[in-house]
Ligand binder design. Structure first.
Ligand code: CMC
Length: 376
């Protein structure tokens, strides 16, 4: 195995029992269950149990898992003050990455890497991510912080801490579906980053911090914010055609389209499109939805032959906007959900670890002379 593959395209670098992707047929399954069915029938909490245990929980197992997760919603003492000492203009993804790293200093045994310790650390981090994001957002808006409510689901607790009021069942369900759809996706860049880091037997905090750094890039989880910026930039539905064609002519990418693995429709985008259509109608954001579907039609006509279709980020922008989230919280929402997937992969890696250590193909000179300073 000494062939260089740019971007590791097609290289199999790990085995997983969590998600299966068929990019030609547009199939995504979590532990064998099609994502469309899960997003209709499951909850985010049940989905995390499924990913971590590779099976659906029985009723009492789910109740126990919910108790374990919800009892950990609270931030450690002093952390809320630390959040409120951060610059108000900080980008929430930088805040989340920094605070996940900081949580390690509130753990008496941050380096414990046996599988059960990794599971408990993952639970703590997943449970606390909503408070980190919601507290920071309220602090920068000059609002008082809302304590978590352990009687609420993961999705409802986040929206409650963010908005100061409990979400309607429709909003809670919509947000929960977004969490399910983003939870895991094979060996994507950030998941790979998490597995690479834990493979050195570093620690769960470092692995998740690295994954957060990877996710925020505009070619990965940062694309959902790019989509919203693009929708805001297009002044009207009538302006969509010229805008998209202009970008394609200049060889610029349309955010929320294309995928390294899917060469057909991303099944998550199909589910999110349905959700976005309903929410846009319910919240008076029809123009946003129509603009999005217009972009999709034009892209289908212009570039579908190259296998470029909407990905998970495209309709999640409209969905998050309709849920009432500020633009720079879109990527943290992806991150909050994907913490579940990354943790499952860390646990999987720890089960049967081998250090990741690929090679680089050296393409520089050999036996080069050392030129003295005054002759360079
Ligand atoms: N708009 C227009 N053209 C595109 C796009 C796009 N969004 N994506 C790919 N292409 C074209 C690209 O210009 C290239 O054309 P050509 O062969 O003529 O030079 C061809 O398709 C192959 O593109 P690539 O960038 O080499 O393909 P890749 O497998 O490296 O890229 C990607 C995958 C996701 C980075 C890319 O499609 C992209 O940059 N999309 C926009 C950003 C985005 O939406 N990212 C979210 C990805 S899904 C969620 C996640 O992973 O977080």
């Amino acid at each position: 195995m000494s062939t260089f593959v740019k971007g590791l395209e097609g290289v199999v670098a790990a085995q997983t029992e969590m998600s299966f992707i068929d990019g030609q047929q547009g199939i995504l399954e979590y532990v064998g269950i099609p994502i469309g069915e899960l997003s209709e029938k499951s909850t985010f909490e049940e989905t995390v149990y499924l990913l971590w245990n590779r099976r659906l929980p029985k009723k009492d197992e789910l109740a126990q898992f919910q108790r374990e997760l919800r009892s950990r919603y609270y931030l450690p003492a002093g952390m809320a003050n630390r959040l409120m000492a951060l610059p108000m203009k900080a980008e929430p993804m930088h805040v989340l990455r920094t605070m996940v790293s900081a949580l390690s200093m509130h753990d008496e045994h941050p380096d414990a890497n046996d599988v059960e310790s990794a599971r408990i650390k993952s639970l703590f981090i997943l449970a606390r991510a909503p408070a980190i994001i919601a507290h920071f957002d309220r602090y920068r808006r000059g609002l008082h912080l809302i304590e978590p409510d352990p009687s609420l689901s993961f999705a409802a607790n986040f929206l409650y801490m963010l908005n100061g009021e409990k979400p309607t069942p429709t909003m809670e369900r919509a947000f929960d579906i977004c969490m399910i759809l983003h939870a895991d996706h094979g060996l994507n860049n950030s998941t790979f980053a998490a597995r690479v880091i834990i493979s050195t037997m570093s620690d769960v905090y470092s692995a998740l911090t690295g994954a957060l750094g990877s996710l925020r890039g505009p070619l990965h989880g940062g694309a959902n914010e790019g989509v919203m910026k693009m929708l805001n930039e297009i002044p009207s539905i009538d302006a969509v055609e010229d805008y998209v064609k202009g970008k394609l002519e200049r060889k610029e990418k349309i955010m929320g389209f294309g995928h390294r693995v899917y060469k057909t429709r991303d099944p998550r985008a199909l589910a999110l499109k349905k959700l976005a259509a309903q929410l846009a109608k319910d919240t008076g954001n029809e123009e946003l939805y129509i603009k999005s579907s217009r972009i999709e039609e034009i892209m289908e006509r212009e570039v579908a032959a190259k296998g470029i279709y909407p990905n998970v980020d495209f309709y999640s922008a409209t969905t998050y906007h309709c849920i009432g989230l500020r633009l720079d919280l879109f990527t943290p929402m992806f991150a909050m959900s994907r913490l579940g997937g990354w943790s499952g992969h860390i646990i999987e890696q720890l089960h049967d670890n081998r250090l990741f250590r690929p090679k680089a193909e050296y393409i520089g000179p050999h036996n080069a002379p050392y030129i003295p300073m005054d002759q360079r």
